[in-house]
Design a protein. Sequence first.
Length: 322
Amino acid sequence: MAAAAQMGDCVKKGLLAGGLCLLLPCVAARAGTYCVTVAGLGGEPDYEQRFAAAANELDRILKTSGGEIHVFTLTGSGATRAHLEETLGLVAHQSKPEDDFVLILIGHGSYDGSVYKFNLPGPDISGSELAALCDRIPAKRQLVVNTTSASGGSIAALDKPGRAIIAATKTGTEKNATVFARYWVEALRDPTADTNKNDTISALEAFQYAANKTAAFYESQKRLATEHAVFEDTGKNDAVRAPSTDSGEGLFLATFPLVRFGDAQKAFSDPAKRDLLAKKEELEQKIDRLKYQKAAMAPDDYKEQLTAALVELAQVQQELDK
């Protein structure tokens, strides 16, 4: 995961004219990405090891993904509320509005019917307290991936325009230990998660991979699923399980790159090709936005804009391939 491409000009028609534009900030160039991963309190050795292993693997994957990436990983006795507050404060001090910010929570969560808490060694931290810390971070594009039990209970507190939330459970009442984190990590290292074959795994691709793998796990074990992953990326506090061009759900995640590999990673590491890759990603994001607003556009207008973007994308790809 590294700097995402610049978003380009927001389109003024269709769904975007209805407010979706506000959820996809138009910025100049995305400078970098700040990622904080926290493995919370396990409660017993097996969970402690499992949570720490997932966090450490994410640390490795993210640090080797190329680009300007700032990775902070808290595990074991270091994953306290005080250390988390200190780390997020550091990110708030160092990051800029054009940066991306990602917070990944691994472990156990609790929900009492109104308040979600992430379980940490010592005092826990609530969803609203996490939201307040994230609000101080100037990055305009934020992603919170909450893989804990009862994580669905955190969505209402964390949700706001410009911040997407992925949760392992659809509500706070799904309180059993989750397996979603295992497949989230797997998604970021498995090239098959890259469904559009652009050598970049987006947050939406990672979510769909992990959600599908989680469902398959329960089926293979012949167990009733006790977790149902959801996401919310419109700022409307409306969590869903699949993208929708009608509501705009999924567009933010689709345009949020997490890790690059192959040719994309090489191009991003090559100063001579970095700007071309940024242009390519900008065009891919433009095409994604067009697909979401297709139903609200005149057919000829949609075809004209899509064709122009595809032609320009092919030209940029040709330059990258040289």
